[in-house]
Ligand binder design. Structure first.
Ligand SMILES: Cc1ncc(COP(=O)(O)O)c(C=O)c1O
Length: 435
C-alpha cells in the first residue's frame, strides 16, 4: 500500500528541517495551491516570502522552459545571456550606484559573500549586527543572527569579532520607551558599542534587515536607518542591507531601502528574485566591487542559467503587470481591515509592516506574547483554506505575505477567513463575542 507522503518524508528527512504545515501539494498557480486530495488553499505564505508574483507565473515558466532547452549549467566556464540580462535588470532597480553583482544560490550564501566582500575591501575584522536579526543558517550567518537562540544552540564557537546592538523595535522597546517621547536610546547604544567594545576603524560592516523578518516583522523608524547610513559612511564601514525577504516588491517598492531613502554599500537579495528558482545575489557599486580580487570568491552553481532566465522574467512581469502598484493599493485595504480587527480584538496587540510584509502580533491579557492563540488562529485558518505562517522569537506574530499580484477578491477572501478564525479563537480564549 502507498504510504502517505508526510509519513515517508518524516522517515527519510532530518527532523532538523521544520515544516509549517502537513499539506502535500500537487500543483500551485498564482495565489493558490492544490493538495493531492484536490483541496484548494489560498497561499498567504508565498513559500516563505518567495513566490512574490504567485506560483508558476506563465512568463517565468516559459522563460525557464526556453532556457532549459538550451543551456542548464555553465559553472563559471563560459558566459551566457541570462546572467548578463539579470545583472542589467538589477542595476536598473537596485538603489543608487549599485551596478555590479555576484550571483549565488541561497540567501545565506549571498550573505556570506557580502561579509567576505566587506572584510576584503576594508581589511577590517569586525561586524555589527542586530538583536532579532536573521541572516541564514551557515555558521557565518548564524554568527550574525539572533532572532532565536535555537538557531545558535550547540554551534558555538561561532565567528569572532561579531558585535550586537538591539534593533529599533518601537512596539516592544528594549528601553521601555515610546516612539513619540524617546531619545533614540537604540542609537545611543550603537554609539556606545563603538566607544566601549570595538573601534569603528576595526569594523568592516554593519549588517541589517530594513524590516526585520524572522525577528517579528519589525519596521524601524527612518531615523534609525539614516543613522546607520551616516555613521557607517563617516567611518568607512560597509553598510550591508539584507533585502533577502524585503526585496522584489515585497514592501510595495523594489527594495525596502527605497522607503528609507538610503543607499547601502552592499545589498543582498534572494527569495523573490527568481520566483522560487534558486538564485541569490549581492550587489555593490563598481568602485567597491572592483577592489575584490579575482578568485577571492566563487561558485559552481551560483547564477544558474535557468534561475537567471526566471529572474529576468520575474522582474519584467513585476514591471509590466504593475505589481508594485497593485501591492501598494491593496496593502492599504489590508492594513485598514487588520487595524480594525486589532481595535475590536484584545488578542491582537499590534499590526505593522510595509506593503505586503504585514505582521499581526498576538498578545495575552498582560500584553505579553501569546503563541498559543497564534497557533490556534493559524490552524483554524488552515482548516478554512488559508495558509499563513508565523515569526517572532515567541512565535506570536502572524505574517501576511500574499503575492504582489493577488486580486482584491482573493485578498478579502483571505482576510475574511482570518477574521472569522480570530473571532472564534478570541471567544474561546477570552469568552468575548465580537461583532
Ligand atoms: C532576511 C533573511 N536573510 C537571509 C535569509 C537566508 O536565506 P536562505 O534561507 O535562502 O539561505 C533569510 C531566510 O529566511 C532571510 O529572511
Amino acid at each position: 500500500m502507498r504510504v502517505n507522503v508526510v509519513k515517508r518524508a518524516k522517515k527519510l528527512l532530518t527532523p532538523a528541517l521544520g515544516w509549517d504545515t502537513e499539506l502535500v501539494v500537487r500543483r500551485a498557480r498564482g495565489a493558490e495551491v492544490e493538495t493531492k486530495g484536490g483541496k484548494k488553499f489560498l497561499d498567504f505564505s508565498c513559500g516563505t516570502a518567495t513566490t512574490n508574483i504567485g506560483h508558476c507565473h506563465p512568463k517565468v515558466v516559459s522563460a525557464a522552459k526556453h532556457q532549459i532547452n538550451n543551456l542548464v549549467h555553465a559553472g563559471g566556464v563560459y558566459f551566457y545571456d541570462s546572467i548578463v540580462k539579470v545583472a542589467e535588470e538589477l542595476k536598473a532597480i537596485t538603489p543608487g550606484a549599485i551596478d555590479m553583482f555576484f550571483f549565488s544560490n541561497s540567501g545565506a550564501e549571498a550573505i556570506e559573500g557580502a561579509m567576505k566582500l566587506a572584510k576584503s575591501v576594508t581589511h577590517r575584522p569586525a561586524i555589527l549586527s542586530f538583536r532579532g536579526a536573521f541572516h541564514g543558517r551557515t555558521l557565518g550567518c548564524v554568527s550574525i543572527s539572533s532572532s532565536n537562540v535555537k538557531y545558535r544552540k550547540n554551534y558555538e564557537p561561532l565567528l569572532s569579532s561579531v558585535y550586537r546592538a538591539p534593533f529599533a523595535n518601537c512596539y516592544r522597546c528594549p528601553y521601555g520607551q515610546h516612539r513619540d517621547s524617546c531619545a533614540f536610546e537604540c542609537i545611543q547604544f550603537i554609539r556606545d558599542v563603538f566607544k566601549h567594545e570595538v573601534h569603528p576603524e576595526q569594523t568592516a560592516a554593519i549588517i541589517f534587515e530594513p524590516v526585520q523578518g524572522e525577528g517579528g516583522y519589525i519596521v524601524p523608524p527612518s531615523e534609525f536607518i539614516k543613522f546607520l547610513r551616516d555613521f557607517s559612511r563617516e567611518h568607512g564601514i560597509m553598510l550591508i542591507a539584507d533585502e533577502v525577504q524585503t526585496g522584489f516588491g515585497r514592501t510595495g517598492k523594489w527594495f525596502a531601502c527605497d522607503h528609507f531613502g538610503i543607499e547601502p554599500d552592499i545589498i543582498v537579495m534572494a527569495k523573490g528574485i527568481a520566483s522560487g528558482f534558486p538564485l541569490s545575489a549581492l550587489g555593490a557599486p563598481t568602485k567597491i566591487m572592483k577592489q575584490w580580487a579575482p578568485g577571492a570568491h566563487g561558485t559552481t552553481f551560483g547564477g544558474n542559467p535557468v534561475s537567471c532566465a526566471a529572474s529576468v522574467a520575474t522582474i519584467k512581469a513585476i514591471r509590466e503587470e504593475k505589481m508594485l502598484e497593485n501591492c501598494q493599493k491593496l496593502s492599504t485595504e489590508a492594513f485598514s481591515r487588520l487595524q480594525k480587527m486589532k481595535n475590536d480584538n484584545p488578542l491582537v496587540g499590534d499590526v505593522r509592516g510595509l506593503g505586503f510584509m504585514i505582521g499581526v502580533e498576538f498578545v495575552d491579557r498582560d500584553g505579553g506574547p501569546n503563541p498559543e492563540a497564534t497557533e490556534k488562529v493559524l490552524n483554524q485558518c488552515l482548516e478554512a483554506g488559508l495558509i499563513l505562517i508565523s515569526c517572532g522569537v515567541s512565535g506570536n506574530v502572524i505574517r501576511f505575505i500574499p503575492p504582489l499580484n493577488i486580486t482584491r477578491e482573493q485578498l478579502h477572501r483571505g482576510l475574511d477567513i482570518f477574521e472569522t478564525s480570530l473571532q472564534a479563537v478570541a471567544e474561546e480564549e477570552l469568552g468575548v463575542a465580537h461583532a
